[in-house]
Structure formats: structure tokens, C-alpha cells
Design a protein. Sequence first.
Length: 80
Amino acid sequence: MGPTAIAMIFVIVWWLVWFMTLPFGYRPPARVETGHAKSAPDKPRLVKKALITTAITAVLVGAIVGVVELGWLSLDDFAE
């Protein structure tokens, strides 16, 4: 598996994990200011969630690459 394929898998998995981690730690604000949505999180913690997402994605992509490199699964099977 080449670096381009690994990079593309990383990007796809990263976005999937990102959308799964966004709701973690959600707390609505105690007081809603004028012009803000009631459903907007009080503290979104996006940097922390991005770092967690990157770590989870690195593990998942490592497992995917390992499975493909060991020959348990071939990406050519899906190209037919």
C-alpha cells in the first residue's frame, strides 16, 4: 500500500471519527446570549477533540494498514 492510499484512508477515517467525537462533553450554556443558538455548546473544546480524533485515527489506520500488509485483506478485492 502506497503513501497516497494511506493518506486517503487517514483523511476518510479522520472525518468519520471527527463527527463521532464532536458530541462528547456537550453541555448547553447556562445563559444564552442574544444571537446565539440554544443548542450551541458552552465550550466546544475543538482542539482537544481534534487531537483525540487524530490519535484514534492513527490507531485505526495502523490497524487497517497492518491487515492489508499482512495479506488478510486486499484492496484489489474491492476494485472489481
